[in-house]
Design a protein around this ligand. Structure first.
Ligand SMILES: NC(=O)c1ccc[n+]([C@@H]2O[C@H](COP(=O)([O-])OP(=O)(O)OC[C@H]3O[C@@H](n4cnc5c(N)ncnc54)[C@H](OP(=O)(O)O)[C@@H]3O)[C@@H](O)[C@H]2O)c1
Length: 336
């Protein structure tokens, strides 16, 4: 099969198309013919992880070492990137009961990666589900990672209808999902992003959008029940005044000092800091598919590149050009 392979860390040009052996499903695995796989944060990080110092790493420096070992010290260990996909079941292992060849599916492979290829194998008890019927493969492929992370992180804050929620980093994969899931929970949602992505975040359904290039959300006098900072670019010190009594400051990316703040605020005080790591839960993708099919959750694709232009797709994202998701169409109809 054809796959986008990288054997050394570096700039987008390390990605190249190569013939590799098509995987064979084990008895509990599903062989998926991939139609589309987006470029997400994890792909960019894994591709050039050697250039990320412990200080630049967006998690506590202590986690940098195990991450570097998982990604590969001198060269990458997983040679095919791509952690989310949409496609069609090609074959199933003898013990698989949840799907059959020909079914349209979407899913998330996490650190196993492997979606920048014509075929991938995934165990049936992992994050794979029937694809939303009203989305193209390109659209559906952009949903799993952001939706799984946002759903499981927002669960820590237990949003109630009518609450005011601010999402900082609303134009990214997790932020875009968080805007939509918080709206679905009945919250009034403010999305914070840069100027070029204001329309995108508005189109996702945010009630209010704030351009952080022209306005500091902590200085406008508004208060929120939840401030969810995906990239951890703000701080609890700055945001505390923008939280209502009992408010929560939730972080998807955090350093050690935020962990101390979480400990301190858990021991007393009205406003809480929560730093959390998300992992997929059974039913995440079925839940989101139902929202999508009910017209309550959307995916907005900016641009679709063919498989042999994966490097150009990475460059487009790294150059800050995307206004929505960027997808690699693996099968010829991956764009459909
Ligand atoms: N806790 C967990 O379990 C978990 C799991 C997965 C990922 N993560 C973390 O989540 C982060 C990646 O999130 P993602 O996948 O959504 O990333 P992404 O798709 O790359 O999006 C990041 C967004 O952040 C925005 N941004 C950049 N600078 C900003 C600033 N100063 N203020 C506000 N927004 C800014 C960018 O858009 P604009 O240009 O519009 O601002 C971009 O759209 C990483 O830090 C990763 O470590 C955490």
């Amino acid at each position: 099969m054809k796959a986008i392979v990288y054997t050394e860390y570096g700039a987008p040009d390390v990605l190249h198309m190569q013939e590799v052996v098509t995987p064979t499903p084990k008895e509990n695995e599903i062989l998926v013919r991939v139609h589309a796989a987006p470029v997400n944060f994890g792909d960019l990080l894994a591709r050039d992880f050697a250039s990320v110092s412990p200080g630049e790493f967006n998690m506590p420096a202590l986690l940098w070492l195990p991450s570097r070992l998982i990604f590969g010290w001198n060269k990458p260990r997983k040679l095919i990137l791509g952690s989310e996909f949409s496609g069609e079941v090609e074959a199933i292992g003898s013990a698989v009961t949840r799907c059959k060849p020909g079914d349209a599916v979407y899913g998330y492979t996490g650190q196993a990666m492997g979606a920048y290829a014509e075929y991938l194998c995934i165990a049936e008890d992992k994050a794979i589900a029937r694809k939303p019927a009203n989305m193209t493969h390109a659209e559906a492929a952009t949903v799993p990672y952001g939706a799984i992370m946002a759903r499981n992180l927002l669960a820590k804050a237990n949003i109630q209808p009518g609450q005011k929620v601010l999402i900082n980093g609303a134009s990214g994969s997790i932020g875009a999902a968080a805007v939509q899931l918080a709206r679905h929970a009945g919250a009034e949602v403010t999305g914070v992003c840069s100027t070029r992505r204001l329309e995108y975040v508005e189109a996702l359904g945010a009630d209010t959008v704030i351009d952080y290039k022209v306005e500091e959300f902590t200085a406008n006098g508004e208060t929120y029940d939840l401030i969810f900072d995906v990239l951890g670019r703000s701080s609890f010190g700055k945001c505390a005044g923008s939280l209502k009594p009992g408010g929560i400051y939730l972080l998807a990316s955090f350093k050690s000092n935020a962990l101390w703040q979480m400990l301190r605020t858990s021991l007393g005080g009205d406003k809480k800091v929560i730093c959390a790591l998300a992992s997929e839960q059974p039913g995440d993708l079925d839940f989101v598919r139902e929202l999508i099919e009910a017209g309550q959750y959307k995916a907005i694709v900016d641009k679709c590149f063919p498989l042999d232009e994966a490097a150009a797709a990475h460059r487009y994202v790294e150059d800050g050009l995307k206004q929505g998701a960027v997808v690699i169409g693996v099968a010829p109809n991956g764009r459909e």
